[in-house]
Design a protein around this ligand. Structure first.
Ligand SMILES: [Zn+2]
Length: 89
């Protein structure tokens, strides 16, 4: 894992927040960054698409919301076809 520091989006990097509840010229310490003005993001660098064992067929996804469309739809391809049709980034 690697860590980078980013500007806090909630307070624009100021460490202070002024909203509807704060009076003119008043601010509160940003809850999102505890007043530091920055946030740390932990991430794993991308080093190439990994293989997935046990997969025989691949289709497009119908959606991601249960109760609406989920599962696969459209043309069925082999895992090998997926690897050649959809190049890794
Ligand atoms: Zn903040």
């Amino acid at each position: 894992m690697e860590t980078i520091r980013t500007e806090c989006r909630d307070c624009g990097g100021t460490g202070l927040y002024s909203g509807m509840c704060e009076g003119r010229g008043e601010a509160v310490i940003c809850l999102a960054c505890q007043g530091t003005g920055c946030k740390e993001i932990r991430y794993k660098p991308y080093t190439g698409r990994k293989g997935k064992r046990g997969i025989l067929t691949v289709r497009q996804s119908a959606g991601r919301f249960i109760g609406m469309d989920v599962g696969g739809c459209g043309e069925v391809m082999t895992y090998s076809e997926f690897q050649s049709k959809i190049p890794q980034a």
